[in-house]
Design a protein around this ligand. Sequence first.
Ligand SMILES: Cc1ncc(COP(=O)(O)O)c(C=O)c1O
Length: 390
Amino acid sequence: MISSKIKESLKNSSVIRKMFEEGNRLSKMFGPENVFDFSLGNPDMPPPQSIIDGIIQYAGQKGVHRYMPNAGFLDVRQMIAEKISSRGKTLSANNLIMTVGAAGGLNVCLKSLLDPDDEVIVLAPYFVEYNFYITNHGGIPVVVETEDDFSLDIEKIYGAITEKTKAIIINSPNNPTGIVYSKEALEELANALYERQNALQTDICILSDEPYQEIVYDVEVPNLLNIYDNTIIINSYSKSLSLPGARLGYIAVNPDITDVRDVINALILTNRILGFVNAPAIYQKALLGALDTTVDIKGYKKRRDALYDILIQAGFKTQKPQGAFYFFVECPIKDDKEFVAKAATHNLLFAPGSGFGRSGYFRICYCVSLNKINRSKDAFIELGKEYQLI
Ligand SMILES: Cc1ncc(COP(=O)(O)O)c(C=O)c1O
């Protein structure tokens, strides 16, 4: 009955589903408090009170549930544009489109940009849904490896660009590595893209997927709008306000992008024709009183520091992430799926790196309480001993 394309996709999406099922199975056997599920990026922190107050306030407001402009409420877009403008490039409400999360925003962008067989560069390891989003709209994902420390390999990116390259997806802070690209690295990338665009007489867009932009530790995320003209930012409140179920995000278009009016009109139209129509009304309005708040970032930092100490003590090799809530850790054996299965026997659930396009690693998500992280230490130590890491 189902299409062959979706049949294929179902096969590829089974890794995360398996981890989910494994978590449920172990929780039933040992009790949820004894299963250390680091596999899913599902924020556990409560949303700030100001957004809850806004949701309650606006739910009863007359007119708020009606159809609205497909780009979203003007007052909300205005406030977000002001906030973004405080980081450099000046944007107006017209440069903003409210979306159904970053996932909706990315689909809207790709639908607007891609002709059949256009290529989109993704940088491994990467958020695996990108493959689905790109092929949804007839595009071809072109995977380019990052360096061993997950920084940008500009030469490889340069070499992967063809006359069919329409976009490159940048994700910083990064899922799964937690890396934040420096301003210098992004400037180098911009120079390479400008050079290739000029040589090929094409436009190459940076789609900057930034749902973790506010979740950073002692660093700032450089504003790509200040660095590269053909930039579209995709952001979301799933992580910064712990609202993944609300499905709220936005697209911000650089005013200096090629054919700016056409691009914005296309994004508004595709938001409509993909069936999103507009982002959820109450959540949009609730943002008006909550734009200067975030979840407890210091709390995430404490978790990161605690987990880092545990990982090092257990003998694992990893970088200390600068943002997001993930560690991407070297597996002690080549086969990351086998390693993840072995870790599950210690009640530790991880996602294998091959699910993110880089095998030999595993991803830890710390959407898990500090108390539980501390209680997981013995299991990590046992796992480290099993592989003679300590
Ligand atoms: C890198 C990245 N992009 C996009 C998304 C989708 O986020 P949203 O919930 O805003 O659709 C996620 C969610 O985990 C993500 O990790």
